[in-house]
Ligand binder design. Sequence first.
Ligand code: NAP
Length: 549
Amino acid sequence: MATTATQSTGTNAQAAHYDYEVIVVGAGVSGIYQIKRLIDLGVRATVLDANDGLGGTWYNNRYPGARFDSESYTYGYSFSQELLDEWHWKERFSPQAETLRYLNFVVDKLNLREHMQFGCKVEKMIFDEQTDTWRLTLGDRRSLTSRVVITALGPLSTPTLPKIDGIDDFKGISFHPQQWPHDLTDLSGKRVAIIGTGATAIQIIPVVAQQAKHLTVFQRRANWAAPLNNGPISEQEMDSIRARYDEIFEACSRSPAAFEHIPDSRSFYDVPPEKRREFYDRLYDEPGFSIWLANFPEIFVDEKANAEISDYIAERIRQRVNDPAIAEKLIPKDHGFGIQRLPLETGYFEAYNRDNVELVDSKATPIERITATGLRTSERDFEFDVIVYATGFDAFTGAHDRVDIRGIGGQKLRDTWATGPITYLGMLVHGMPNLIMLGGPQVAAANFPRGSEVAVDWAMPLLQHLWNNGYTRFDATEASQRRWFENVKSSYEGLLMAKAQSWITGYNSNLKGHEYGHTRYNIFATGGVEYTKHLKAAAENDYQGIEFF
Ligand code: NAP
């Protein structure tokens, strides 16, 4: 019988002359919980992060209006009663600065900072088949070895800039919102362009509209959006939330996307049209994703149900936008409501009622080039002080592709994924031994921390199985990976979302191989409840689909 995990992991790394038993890459939401669990077990582990501070997404995305669309109290970690008791979420949907403060509070409370190294960009990871360890090369030229690497890189952490000529010619300030300059907090007096109308732009636009001298939004495809309905959380409300935490997390574990919002149990067709209308009215005024996730399940699979909710939301947009021609431009005509990830907004549509805001239809008059002073469309020249490229991310695979990861036989992960991701349970990749991904492709898309806790809670016993049995290597089999891929693929069947031009299908017009029409199966679309069952079944069956050496 092997020694306990604590004993073996505490000594193996030093005795075998590799630096760490586990290196976690990324100090965001997943990486923080992962290092907590490893340290609790006495494992020799560290976190490396390219940024100068922890928080991942919440460290980077400092654009005006940045906040999550998850109810704050469903976004916090559930594993520590102490954290739940002490933290007061001030708003129903916490803004970026407050969320970053929360993550720093967690790390300090749990004494995790000493296990984190910042300013360390991992550039290369090579698996050494002789020693069953990974060698990581960092941007600062250091080289570290580790038995296991756990990547916690974030599914939407690799920004993509548009492929537009002249992008380097602009003499003003330009950036992707993920890299919004930390000291650029006010755009008063500035002429601002925002390119793109995804969830990010939809958060930025109403805030910048109030500051900028003039804001021009370049919209290629309109995006559905619905009100966030945010509000403060008083001390008293927070006390009642604390008393309900078990119930709240239990509800999240029962919902497909790990939110409080549970799909309506009635069938769309069993509810008369006027009652459906009353139901939509109520959902539209409720906070968060209610209008999307607590709606009739048919809106995701049935064209008629989807058309009805789309017409309803279009009507609400028309009520909120003064100029009917602008309202029509803001109503998507190429896809139904909710088949792409729904952005939530605060005053987005009303922003277009302001005199200083202009909407340019980039489909009708495409952007031809960026110039020294602004940009040129097929129709005219514009002058700007600031251009914001809110043009999306290389979702799910981008963060891994940026690192030169080579497994068995020198196989590069980015080659394995060239035409789309392939994984086992979204956590392992055949031929990439001793590598665990948190929040990688082909997991269920969910309220992120809820999914992170599920993933870490699955990874820890897997590692203990490795250590307790004296193994030095684990690897998903090719057959199990193929089965999971087929499972993921079939999870898209029948869903209107399968037709989406979004990260769900791997669409990104700025990336080769991500064109619309070539589906990259980025998520397990059946949802979190079924996904968790798959993880559990694999673990209970002696890590079925994984070989140990
Ligand atoms: P996105 O949804 O991919 O939107 C990118 C936008 O840029 C689209 O409107 C796209 O138009 C446009 N675009 C891209 N390249 C262009 C070009 N060359 N010319 C003109 N327009 C171009 O990206 P995102 O807004 O950053 O959101 C990505 C994801 O991040 C969201 O789906 C969400 O999951 C997450 N997010 C979450 C929150 C939150 O929790 N509150 C906030 C922000 C983001 P086309 O559609 O025509 O390509």
